[in-house]
Design a protein around this ligand. Structure first.
Ligand code: SF4
Length: 495
C-alpha cells in the first residue's frame, strides 16, 4: 500500500483557486528558475493557457498568478500580496528581472488565453516560452495543474502515472490488524515517508492556525469581493445576526448556522485571494475548517484532537485524489466540494467517537454519495457563485453525515471506496460544459443574461447567445473590455 503524505494534500495556499491560481503560480516560478539556471540573459516571455485555464483563468486570476511567479514573488510565504496589484505592477514595468537579465513580458499580449478545442493531456495545461527577437522559441516547458496546487512538468516531473495507490478498505484492514485508529495510521505513514513526529505536529499546528485565521479574517472583513459580480461579503453580517438572534427565528440548531457562517467566511477569504488551506482545494477550503471549528467550540476539544481529525480528513481527501480526482476541471465540483464534505464528515465522526470501519468510513461515504454528479459552473469564472454558499451547504451536510453515521448501527451497503469509484466514472462521463469551463449551468445562464431569474419554466436557454465566457477566452480582450462585456448595472445584486 502506497499512501502519499497527507501534507501533499493539505497545504497553506492562497485563493481563489488551487488549480487555476496556485498551480500556475508554482509553474511560473519553476520556469523562472529554469530560465535562470540555464543562464539566459534576455528575450521575451510568453505563456499560453489552454482548456479550463483559458476559459476560467481570468476569473480565477490565472494571469495575475503567472505574472507573480515569473516576476519572482513569493506568494506562498507572503500570501497577503494582492494578486491584482502584482499584475498591475508587472503590466506597468513591461518586463521582469530573472537572474542578472531583463526579459520583456507584457501580460496583456504575452499571456494567451487559447480556448480553441484541442486534445490536451490534462484540462489545465499551460506552456511557458522564452522567445528571441524574431519570436523563435529558445526554451519552452509545458505544465499541467493537477488540482489542489499540485503541478506536473518542468522540474516537477511527470504526473503520477498510475492512480489507485491505496484503498480505504486496505487502510481499515491494516488499522484492524494493528489495533490502531485512523490518525495513528496516518502518523505511522508520515514516519514511513521520513517525517519526524515533531515535524508532523508542527505542520498540523500551522495548518490549523491557518484555517482558524481564515475563519476569523473572513468574519471580520467587510466589503465587496473582486470581480464583476460585485458580491458583498456576507460572513460578518451573518455572524453578527447569529449572535443577536433571540431563538424565535431559528429553523436550524445554532451550531449548523455557525458552521455555515464559518464556511462562508473562509470561502469569501478565498474568493478575495486570501490565505487558506487546500482541503482539498481552495474553492472548497471552507468546509473542513468550519466543521472542525464548530466541533472544537461545542465539545471543548484541545488542539491535539483537531490535529488528529485533520489527519483523518487528509486521508479521505488523498483517497479521492489518488483513485479519482479532486480537480473541478477533471470531474466537476463533486471532486472539490464533494470531497471536502466527505473529509469533514469523516473528521467529525472521528471526533464524535465513531469507530473507523463502521462509522468514519460510512460518514465519508454518506457525505460524498449525495454530491456525486455535482457540476462545476462558476459564474464569470469567479470562485464565488455557486462556490461560496456551496461550502456552507457542504459543511452542514458533513455534520449531518457524521451524525447519521454515529447514530445508525449496522453495516452500510456502500463503502467509501465504491463512492470514490462512482465519482471517477461520473467524472469521466460528465460533459466538459460542467468541468470548470463556465460553459454550462449557472455560468451559462447568468453569464449570458445577468438579469435572468433562474428556475422560471420559460427560460429559453437554447436561444440565448453564446455565453459571455466566450469573450473571456479571447486572447485579445483587455481586462476592462472583458469586465464590461454584457454587464448590466446592478446585476450583482440580483444573484
Ligand atoms: S463550482 Fe466547485 S469546483 Fe467549480 S470553482 Fe466553484 S468550488 Fe471549485
Amino acid at each position: 500500500m502506497n499512501v502519499p503524505s497527507v501534507f501533499s494534500l493539505l497545504k497553506v495556499g492562497f485563493g481563489p483557486s488551487s488549480s487555476h491560481t496556485m498551480g500556475p503560480f508554482f509553474a511560473a516560478r519553476d520556469f523562472r528558475d529554469l530560465v535562470a539556471s540555464r543562464g539566459f540573459a534576455g528575450g521575451r516571455l510568453r505563456v499560453v493557457l489552454w482548456g479550463s485555464l483559458a476559459l476560467t483563468g481570468r476569473g480565477h486570476l490565472t494571469d495575475a498568478a503567472v505574472a507573480a511567479g515569473l516576476s519572482g514573488h513569493d506568494l506562498d510565504r507572503d500570501a497577503a500580496t494582492p494578486l491584482p496589484a502584482v499584475l498591475a505592477a508587472v503590466r506597468a514595468a513591461g518586463e521582469v528581472g530573472i537572474g542578472g537579465g531583463r526579459f520583456a513580458f507584457r501580460p496583456d499580449e504575452d499571456i494567451v488565453f487559447d480556448a480553441s478545442d484541442r486534445e490536451l493531456l490534462h484540462p489545465n495545461t499551460l506552456r511557458f516560452e522564452l522567445l528571441d527577437a524574431e519570436g523563435r522559441a529558445l526554451f519552452a516547458e509545458d505544465y499541467r495543474s493537477l488540482g489542489g496546487g499540485a503541478v506536473a512538468g518542468g522540474s516537477f516531473g511527470a504526473a503520477p502515472a498510475e492512480k489507485g495507490h491505496f484503498t480505504m478498505a486496505a487502510v481499515l484492514g491494516e488499522c484492524r490488524e494493528r489495533g490502531i485508529d485512523l490518525a495513528g495510521f496516518v502518523r505511522g505513514n508520515e514516519r514511513r515517508l521520513g517525517l519526524a513526529d515533531a515535524e508532523v505536529e508542527a505542520r498540523l499546528a500551522t495548518l490549523w492556525e491557518a484555517m482558524r485565521g481564515s475563519i476569523s479574517r473572513g468574519l471580520s472583513t467587510r466589503g465587496v469581493l473582486p470581480g464583476r459580480l460585485a458580491l458583498a461579503r456576507r460572513a460578518p453580517g451573518l455572524y453578527e445576526a447569529l449572535q443577536e438572534q433571540d431563538g424565535t427565528k431559528k429553523p436550524l440548531p445554532g451550531e449548523l448556522d455557525l458552521a455555515s457562517a464559518y464556511a462562508i467566511a473562509v470561502a469569501e477569504e478565498n474568493a478575495a485571494g486570501g490565505r487558506v488551506v487546500t482541503a482539498p482545494t481552495c474553492g472548497s477550503a471552507g468546509v473542513v475548517p468550519a466543521v472542525l471549528q464548530i466541533l472544537q467550540e461545542a465539545l471543548s476539544l484541545p488542539d491535539e484532537r483537531i490535529h488528529d481529525a485533520l489527519l483523518v480528513a487528509g486521508l479521505i481527501g488523498l483517497a479521492v485524489a489518488t483513485n479519482a480526482s479532486i480537480a473541478g476541471a477533471e470531474v466537476g465540483c463533486q471532486g472539490e466540494v464533494g470531497t471536502a464534505s466527505a473529509m469533514a464528515a469523516a473528521a467529525a465522526c472521528y471526533l464524535l467517537g465513531g469507530d473507523a470501519e463502521a462509522q468514519v468510513d460510512r460518514a465519508a461515504e454518506t457525505a460524498l454519495e449525495h454530491y456525486l454528479g455535482l457540476t462545476c459552473d462558476p459564474v464569470y469564472g469567479l470562485v464565488q457563485i455557486p462556490c461560496i454558499e456551496r461550502n456552507a451547504a457542504a459543511a452542514v451536510a458533513a455534520l449531518h453525515a457524521a451524525s447519521l453515521a454515529v447514530l445508525c448501527r449496522g453495516e452500510d451497503r456502500i463503502s467509501f471506496d465504491t463512492a470514490v469509484a462512482a465519482l471517477a466514472e461520473i467524472g469521466r462521463d460528465m460533459s466538459p460544459k460542467y468541468k470548470e469551463t463556465a460553459r454550462g449551468g449557472l455560468a451559462r445562464l447568468l453569464g449570458t443574461n445577468p438579469g435572468a431569474r433562474l428556475g422560471s419554466p420559460d427560460d429559453d436557454t437554447a436561444t440565448l447567445p453564446r455565453p459571455a465566457i466566450s469573450s473571456l477566452a479571447q486572447p485579445n480582450g483587455t481586462r476592462d473590455e472583458i469586465e464590461n462585456h454584457g454587464h448590466e448595472k446592478g446585476s450583482g445584486d440580483r444573484v
